[in-house]
Design a protein around this ligand. Structure first.
Ligand code: GLN
Length: 299
């Protein structure tokens, strides 16, 4: 007889780490992903044959390198249980830094007048985390990919979080203003060797030109005109991009430019503020940094 305990050891024997094996086992048993304590308490229970049959191919997929989040269709982000599938990037713990920083810009007493935009929302992770923490804010979320928007809309509906979604190419044809714009855009260089480890995720959500700065440049160049005076743009970027992003923000005319470090001490997010005085020369020489603005639709 296969018990839950032996099934766990077998999955680990096939190269899965213990946490992944536990999450997968909970998934085939139809148990809550948070309930690892249940699993420990039922270690010597028999694994039902149907669950065993379901488990084997999933363990094989994981062993072949498919991310666990896609196999179980779920990922936790900022305390929210999110649906994910291969049309969206799997939310990363790094991005929680951006959410925390954004929350510092949104007072807890936030009322309906505060307008927030999440660009390239993917699964909706950032927008949903902000709305969950600041229910009073008006949160909009945009993506290029209709398939990603479908996932984000389902997440919002399941979590009963009221977000306005739109399809679009960054800020093109958007005529609104916001108090806060946030984005975790694609920022990996087209030829980055790390991409081979991310082969299951949508390339459109990952890569942005030869230096990875193409979408960050596009967003920075257009965001100032979409912020109210005093409003902020906060961006996640790659681990070697902070200097370039701060420079793009400066050239575009942002003030109070700053960066935030991740848990490993790496500058992971940068942002700036629309000054209270409109900047007369904003956008003037933006193209001096980063890649030329050859265009491709972002996710
Ligand atoms: N942080 C992700 C990674 O390198 C990339 C996310 C992104 O491009 N926005 O795995």
């Amino acid at each position: 007889m296969t018990t839950l305990g032996t099934a766990l050891s077998q999955a680990q024997g096939q190269g899965m780490d213990r946490l992944d094996a536990q999450l997968l086992l909970l998934h085939v048993l139809g148990q809550d992903a948070h309930d690892r304590a249940w699993l420990l308490a039922h270690d010597s229970d028999a694994l039902p044959a149907a669950a065993e049959g379901h488990l084997a191919p999933l363990v094989a997929r994981r062993a072949a390198g498919e991310p666990l989040a896609y196999i179980i269709g779920r990922r936790e982000f900022f305390g929210l249980d999110l649906e994910v599938n291969p049309s969206v990037l799997i939310p990363r713990p790094d991005t929680e830094i951006l959410v925390e920083w954004a929350l510092e810009h949104l007072p807890t007493t936030t009322d309906q007048t505060l307008r927030v935009l999440d660009l390239g929302t993917g699964s909706g992770a950032i927008a949903l985390a902000l709305k969950a923490q600041r229910p009073g804010a008006q949160v909009q979320a945009l993506d290029w990919s209709e398939a990603a928007l479908a996932v984000a809309r389902r997440n919002a509906a399941r979590l009963s979080l009221d977000i306005t979604f739109a399809q679009g190419n960054w800020l093109d044809s958007n005529h609104q203003r916001y108090h806060l714009i946030v984005a975790n855009p694609p920022y990996v260089a087209d030829a980055d060797p790390h991409l081979s480890a991310l082969a299951h995720e949508p390339l459109q959500a990952l890569t942005a030109g030869p230096d990875g700065l193409q979408d960050l440049s596009t967003i920075i160049a257009s965001a100032l005109g979409h912020l109210y005076p005093g409003g902020s743009l906060l961006l996640e970027h790659g681990h070697k991009q902070a200097v370039a992003v701060r420079e793009l923000l400066a050239v575009a005319g942002f003030c109070k430019i700053a960066s935030r470090r991740d848990l490993a001490g790496i500058e992971r997010c940068s942002g700036g503020q629309q000054s209270l005085e409109p900047h007369p020369h904003a956008h003037a020489s933006l193209r001096t940094i980063g890649s030329p603005a050859a265009h491709r639709p972002p996710r």
